[in-house]
Design a protein around this ligand. Structure first.
Ligand code: FAD
Length: 448
């Protein structure tokens, strides 16, 4: 066992200073120099029972690649990392790093190994040193269609292609990446990182068809099997009075438009969802809401407030203020929150208020949650007087509805958010790997 963790503390690369990053959409996260990065990798204690393997949906093996990284052996580190993770350059940037939560050093000292940053560093070095190679698979004569080119579909396509299947990806947008490209802001994930990977997939022979909105009840003909990885396209709405006012939008209306603008797409002035010189209210306290905050800052908003109907999450599982056993989230301050935002919890939205068809404010009310005597969902009760939060732009960031899937034939496999409901990139990628393995087993077993 490595004992460097006894003397070396966790060091994160941190974010660019706020005054610098707030004026552009470049990635906010910085990088350590390679010496400090290797030192951080050497903190991994290679414990006897590595919970990180188990916690990662992909089964990533941080002790193995941290060891190689600590010795400066990037080739081995990348090979080990890539064995379980097709695209570590994505998760290295935006994964909530479930492996770090499960790291024994986290349980011991709240200073887990910097696995996510180490993963990004290994991958960037691998690209820089030309260690990421194009593979030309031997074809097996069978064809698979992938519907939806988000992380789940891209991983499934990559794996099936490498197994020798001729893979066609049908994507309704003008480019691939799904929410990586049209949801997650550039300040978390630079889109050049997606393009770099896509070029490899093109070179390896995957056929991408863009602008193809596939009807899931009548899949394209001529394929031996299908992966349906169409995500969760329907955002949860808030049907309260005034919802139709101009200035009330879904979060993705703003986020996807901003990403498209940065990619060079022009929008008419009256189509723009822009926060410039506006007071902005974000409804929903999760990651999507947080991404709206960072985007509103960069667009030049006057102020941002974020409200959440649920209680303030506990700081950790041991927090005595944890409202319920096993509350699903812990308190998180993102780079966007650091940039300035009023955050409120236990706030319910009653009505959108406007003048001449335009939003001028949102009527809200503080609430409290009471335990349900029947043991069911806690009961919501008003706890304050209704009040109006002045705003000219309200963004609905309250999650996504799990899609209803048609009854599929035996050779159709679902993956990613479409299968699980809205989740994480790492889970979508794990779903893509599973769908690819299931298709291979199915086609081999049925001799198709
Ligand atoms: P998607 O990424 O949604 O991709 C589905 C693809 O299918 C899309 O390209 C879509 O256009 C296409 N499609 C849909 N219907 C059809 C059709 N009929 N025909 C053809 N194509 C179709 N997760 C993290 O781990 N970290 C984060 O920081 C993070 N931030 C997020 C921020 C935002 C704003 C949002 C909305 C989500 C975030 N997530 C994050 C969640 C993560 O992006 C998703 O869990 C993940 O992208 C799901 O991948 P997927 O491939 O299943 O679906």
């Amino acid at each position: 066992m490595n004992n460097k963790f006894l003397t070396i503390h966790r060091q994160e690369a941190g974010y660019r200073p706020i005054h610098d990053r707030i004026h552009d959409f470049g990635e906010v996260e910085q990088t350590l120099n390679s010496k400090d990065r290797r030192t951080q990798a050497s903190r991994c204690m290679d414990c006897g029972v590595p919970f990180c393997h188990w916690a990662c949906p992909l089964g990533n093996k941080p002790p193995e690649w941290n060891d190689a990284l600590s010795k400066g052996d990037y080739e081995t580190a990348y090979r080990l990392l890539n064995d379980t993770n097709d695209f570590p350059e994505f998760t290295g940037r935006i994964c909530p790093a479930l492996c770090e939560k499960a790291c024994v050093l986290n349980l011991m000292s709240h200073e887990p190994t910097t696995n996510r940053e180490n993963e990004a560093a290994i991958t960037e070095m691998a690209f820089q040193e030309n260690l990421v190679h194009v593979v030309q698979p031997v074809r097996n004569g069978r064809r698979v269609a992938v519907i939806g080119a988000g992380p789940a579909g891209l991983v499934a396509a990559n794996r099936l292609n490498r197994m020798g299947y001729a893979v066609t990806v049908f994507e309704r947008c003008e480019n691939a990446g799904g929410l990586l490209r049209y949801g997650i802001p550039n300040f978390k994930l630079n889109k050049a990182i997606i393009d770099r990977r896509l070029h490899l997939l093109y070179e390896e022979g995957i056929d991408f068809r863009y602008g193809e909105d596939i009807d899931l009840t009548s899949l394209p003909e001529g394929y031996d099997a299908y992966v349906v990885s169409t995500g969760t396209p329907t955002a949860r709405d808030l049907p309260v009075p005034g919802r139709e006012l101009r200035g009330v939008h879904f979060a993705l209306d703003m986020l996807s438009q901003q990403n498209r603008i940065l990619a060079g797409t022009d929008f008419k002035k009256d189509e723009l969802v822009n926060a410039r010189d506006k007071d902005v209210l974000v409804i929903g306290g999760g990651d999507t809401g947080s991404d709206c905050i960072g985007t509103a800052h960069r667009q030049g908003c006057r102020s941002v407030t974020q409200i959440e109907i649920m209680p303030k999450p506990p700081v950790g599982p041991d927090d005595p203020h944890n409202p319920w056993p096993n509350y699903p989230r812990t308190f998180k301050t993102t780079s966007s929150h650091e940039e300035g935002c009023t955050r409120r919890w236990n706030v319910n939205t009653l009505e959108f208020i406007g003048k001449d068809g335009r939003l001028t404010g949102v009527k809200v009310q503080e609430i409290k949650w009471k335990p349900n005597p029947d043991g069911g969902r806690p009961i919501m009760e008003p706890a304050g007087k209704p009040e109006v939060i002045k705003c000219e732009l309200a963004l609905l960031a309250m999650g996504f509805v799990k899609p209803e899937m048609p009854q599929f034939a035996d050779n159709v496999f679902t993956a990613g958010d479409a299968a699980t409901g809205a989740s994480l990139v790492v889970r979508a990628m794990a779903g893509g790997r599973k769908a690819a393995a299931d298709i291979d087993n199915y086609l081999n077993a049925t001799n198709k």
